[in-house]
Design a protein around this ligand. Sequence first.
Ligand code: ADP
Ligand code: 5GP
Length: 203
Amino acid sequence: MSSAKDVLRPLVISGPSGVGKSTLLQRLFAQYPDKFGFSVSHTTRPPRPGETEGKQYYFVSRDKFQELLKQGAFIEHAEFSGNFYATSFNAVREVSQAGRRCILDIEAQGVRQIKQTNLDPVYLFISPPTLAALRARLQTRGTETEASTSKRLATALKEIEYAKEGAHNVVIVNDDLERACDLLKRVALGEEIASDTLPPLDD
Ligand code: ADP
Ligand code: 5GP
């Protein structure tokens, strides 16, 4: 459950790679250009076609990432599928200072670390309807090699295990995109919604 006062708290979105987090967020930001702010993470992975510096990510070398890590620039960081990702204090601060609700898109290791901080966000898990659907989405996105698709699917199982532990406040199953968009919009606006039931995801 989330509630109206939650609109002041950051919103941490997680879920397996390929489940549709970026798609959902893109739609939310298009619909509400002034209400929310994306916490732009640092990553050592190369940009995908259409991604631009400072919008989806700050794309940095491994050396630069390590330097920032040593300087204490990050609230949390993780290695995911052979690349490093991190949320900087600056990224979250910039959004809050703009008076917007901060939305983070991070994986499970990052969620665990955020839970040790005083950020106190709402944790939202985006679930696929089935593992077969997840696999198909990762493949149709066309951004991964066969090897990296397998790696991301293996990691997806860990993300799902963590969700099964009840790590999140709200679950949205991204089956029908319109429905998932509507639920995300409501959570982001601080409305109280009933969480979806996590599917078995054992196919
Ligand atoms: P993530 O950011 O979670 O890694 P993306 O937003 O890149 O995932 O989505 C992965 C692929 O799945 C994209 O090709 C996207 O168009 C597609 N997709 C997203 N939501 C749905 C949905 N509800 N049904 C079918 N395909 C979807
Ligand atoms: P992608 O390479 O598909 O953009 O992201 C891979 C994974 O990294 C996704 O699960 C995404 O949520 C996660 N991620 C993106 N930014 C961060 C971050 O700053 N910290 C952590 N821990 N994970 C991140």
